[in-house]
Every structure is written in structure tokens, then in C-alpha cells.
Design a protein around this ligand. Sequence first.
Ligand code: GLP
Length: 238
Amino acid sequence: MEMIKVKNYEQLSERATNIILETVNNNEEPVLGLATGATPEKLYENLIEKNKNGEVTFKNVTTFNLDEYVGLSGEDENSYRYFMNKNLFDHIDIQKDKTFIPNGLAENLELECEAYEKLIKSHGKINVQILGLGLNGHIGFNEPGTPFDKRTHIVELDDVTRSANARFFERLEDVPTQALTMGIGTIMEAEKIILLVQGEKKSAILHEVVHGPVTENVPASILQNHPNVTIITDIDIK
Ligand code: GLP
């Protein structure tokens, strides 16, 4: 794993922006794996700016998001579809029908997961996958204990994750209890992975991810086995 230690959130976002620009500019039909959460917000802001000033076009880009809550429509302000439209897709020249996010309202969630996998496969591979890190070490919504070989699947969100994400909802009870997420098996097939980790509160878990054993109890620890991972962080990790 390559570690890039930055001074602050601006630098973290800038480094991630440059990697995305390089990927988009060097591929004819780039495929990006995207994440939600607070961490990539500034990266998306930068991409909008670079698109507006002509440094990059997203015309030929396809995107796959990691996850979505079950039970929320794309118009719901807390859905990840809403987040992505608002923070990125609505402001760049991407073709909206090339932006994919699991459908948390699908009648048959199992089939939705299978279809999502097929869709990713039909695009070859994800060139760069952006990941955030949950406080419990989750990536996407792969909670501790999730088998490493899982593909896109339905998850029961654990209490740590629901409380961490409650800041976006009016009440804790409003946070969905289930989500659809790319599995770790899916994520590990990306050509390159960028893990963005910001803030001291993630220091202990990041340490485990980097130096601890590769264990399903710390989902992101599997990244130690991926050939092309870059961690960009403002945390001091020896
Ligand atoms: C959420 C998302 C993850 C995200 C993580 C970290 O639960 N499902 O994809 O990476 O939390 O979020 P943040 O960047 O806000 O800390």
C-alpha cells in the first residue's frame, strides 16, 4: 500500500482530484467507482471546477457508486443518489444514464444486487475506486464480519454506522437499517483503489487497517492484499 501523508483536507482532496483527472484523461472509456460520505465532498467540488474550466470532460465516463440505503428513493435528501446528483453529477458534463447506484427501492433486492454485478462486469473493470473508511473499518457498507469474497449484497447496518450517519438525518430512528453495497470481492477487482481517511477520530482504525492482521473484523484490512492501493490521509501513521 502506498501512503500519502498530507497536511490537511485541502491537500487530501487535491491529491485525489489529480488521480481522478489522470485516470479520466488517460482512458477512452473510463470507469470510476465513487463513494459518498463527508470525506470525498471536496474532491467532487474540485472535479466540478476542473470540468467547468475545461481541464477534464466526463462525457465518456461511467460511474458505479459503492452503496445505497434500502427504502429511500433518489429524491430523498438522504439517499446516496441524491447526494451524488447534488454534489457532482448535476454539475458536470457526464451522461446521467452512465451513473449507476444500486436501487434501494427495487422490488427484489437480491435481483438488484445480481444485476448491479453484471452491469459492472459488462463494463470490464473499475479503473479507480474511491473509498472512505467507516469508524468500524467498513468500506462501502461492508460491516465487520462480512466475508471477503462477497459480491454486491444486502446488509444490516450496525449500530456504530447508523449512529455515525445519524448526523445527516433528523432522528436516529430515521436512519435505514439496511443498505445495498458492493461486496469486498467486487471492490478488490478494481484496478486501482484510493482510500481517503481524514481526521484524528479515524487514527486508531486506520492503524489497524495498515498494520493489523488482515481480518474480516476490520473490512478495510483486506486492502493490504490489493496490488494497487493508495491511502491519502492527514493522520500520522508510522
Ligand atoms: C458511510 C458510507 C461509506 C463511507 C463512510 C465514511 O457509511 N457508506 O461509503 O465511506 O461512511 O464516511 P465519512 O467520509 O463521512 O466519514
